[in-house]
Design a protein around this ligand. Sequence first.
Ligand code: KG4
Ligand code: ZN
Length: 348
Amino acid sequence: MLVLGIETSCDETGVALYRLRPRAGAPGEQRYGLLAQALYSQVQMHAEYGGVVPELASRDHIRRVLPLTRQVLESSGCALADLHGIAFTEGPGLAGALLVGASVASALAYALGVPAIGIHHLEGHLLSPLLAEDAPAFPFIALLVSGGHTQLMRVEGVGRYQLLGETVDDAAGEAFDKTAQILGLGYPGGPAVSRLAESGRHGQLKLPRPMLNSADLNFSFSGLKTAVLTAARRHGLGDPQIRADLALAFQDAIVEVLTVKALAALEATGLDRLVVAGGVGANRQLRQRLSDTAAAKGYRVYYPDPVLCTDNGAMIAFAGALRLAHLHPTTRAFSVRPRWELDELAPV
Ligand code: KG4
Ligand code: ZN
């Protein structure tokens, strides 16, 4: 089963081809798994504005999506006629950006007479660790940390997700981006804050750990952002060492909260596998701290390849292939859902 995946929910145009291995009787000659992927990041275009400009994002997706599609078909040696389905990100995300991927995928699917499969963006993220060779088995806990979401989910299987806790205000990635703005680092903030933190000194500045000791699995990061702003005003940002210390203090705080809550979710559910997904999952200090803390308790942590942590077409092609394997007949009409809760998905 060969599926083309198209991701256009925000500021990356991602296209990929995934071939799902049949349960039995696989013909010997075919290649399986991720056959090709191509990604175009609009980050430079938006950097000038300090964040994503939705209308510019939509227009750029229109320019990129067909050339990227040609590129993955050519590099994999596949033809449009070989496709069994076309997956696209149906939501959540920017409405105009989503519409580009949805309409291109649906038009191609209609022309080829194959199903178009609308995929939940976060399902893409949270299944992406399964693309690794050493993939986790179900059930597991997923820590989803992206620019728009911070959630702990219990994952029993494809489409079987139970929300255990989430942020009550800002997402973790949003906190990184806002901190970067305060530190004058530009957009996107996560990688820049993380790089600056490398020259910071531990313990020089102390920031709060919001909701660290709340009895639930929820998060709150808007107070942390305010604390960064207050510290920046108090100490000034002229000295590069102070800026680095503040970046590190912020990263220490957020990493500690994410680690403690993720471990608490494992403890509360009795599960022993943790999957980390979403852009913030690319953060090296978070990975180090989670792996060390988890190992000490006998838990195992799984990460997608760092290039699959941020938005990409591969996760959408993969989720599409898994869903297509179980798909009921669909209509030709398509929709996008800029707001969409993960636990509204139909289980497979
Ligand atoms: O999953 P993603 O690519 O897009 C969304 O669906 O939101 O996540 C983007 C977020 C941004 O907020 C970005 O600053 C953050 O992930 N991010 C990082 C790192 N790389 C990306 N945050 C911390 N450390 C990183 N290395
Ligand atoms: Zn994402």
